[in-house]
Design a protein around this ligand. Sequence first.
Ligand code: SF4
Length: 377
Amino acid sequence: MPGLYLHIPFCKSKCVYCGFYSTVNQKDMEKYLTALDTEMVLRKDETAGDKIRTLYFGGGTPSLLQPAQLQHILDNIHRNYTINPNAEITIEANPEQLTSEHCKSLKSLGFNRISIGIQSFHDDILQFLGRKHTAKEAMQAVENAHAAGFDNISIDLIYGVNERDNTLWQKELDIAFGLPVKHFSAYALTVEENSLLYRRIHQHRDVEPDEDLASVQYKILSEAVTNSRFEQYEISNFAVKGWESKHNSAYWHSVPYIGLGASAHSFDGEHRSWNAPTLSGYFAQIERRKPCHERETLTDIDKHNEFILLRLRTASGIDLQEMEGLFGAVQVKSLLCYFSSEVPDEHYIRTPDRLHLTAQGLWFADGIASGAFLTNE
Ligand code: SF4
């Protein structure tokens, strides 16, 4: 069963591309941790006794928390939920917090996976993105985590940044592949509506990221991965075989999860719900003892469309037998018919059991999936 996600919505500063809810004002940190304690108690029965298989501290910047604060949260999780002894326990971290000492603390607290927000190994690009670390600190952070005993290290990278040409992107990939990491995520730079970048573009102080550049750099990435120890297992995720993120893989396979904290989302198989998206809203929600801010019940059409969308983003794609069991033979037939008539041959592979997109096709995954959506009409 479920994954447990904890959102820590505090950051040192705001990165230009970031559209997530986070605040640089840390004065409410303690109040927030108390609210999290209350929410855990409020929602402890939602797992129905099932063991938590993956625990994920995301943000924001969870590595801003002191070891004692993390210990407090972990103690409370163990008090309210049963954690599988082999659970994958991840913390997201920014390089500037990953001193050797902090890495050792995180390891001794029980985290067994660390996901480091590196984004680039080039100082000019880091500066453009509004990151607070340098390329040297990024590499040092990985070394510190590795030396502290983390085998399962993931890093995040961003491509499609106008300031970085293809040669530099290839060089950055070479640096990443040479580090002791088992996993990396690579995202194309996008302009989120509530981001600083969005405002800058609208004030004509910056220009839109070049979509063609992102597409070429995705191709460079796919080719580089083919000759590396990594495999692409989702449009933006790459791992050494056996080191895929269990927590994120569960999202893509519609496994239920509980999301705690401001703006966190939850899914129980039938409903999607989410917490209030701001600190003040979250505090009010928890004071009123409300287990969520809003909740929607998935219709059969929603379930079908989510299944198509999420599975087509993964390299393993759609298990046709599973789809038939969930949605019936007619839907499978209609999906196959759509692919054979409208999706270019080089974008997908059909085997007797599965339908999956090629690396080239994954770039168009959302558009291809939307062509197979059911509607109410
Ligand atoms: S990208 Fe991460 S570190 Fe940067 S502001 Fe957003 S949540 Fe914070």
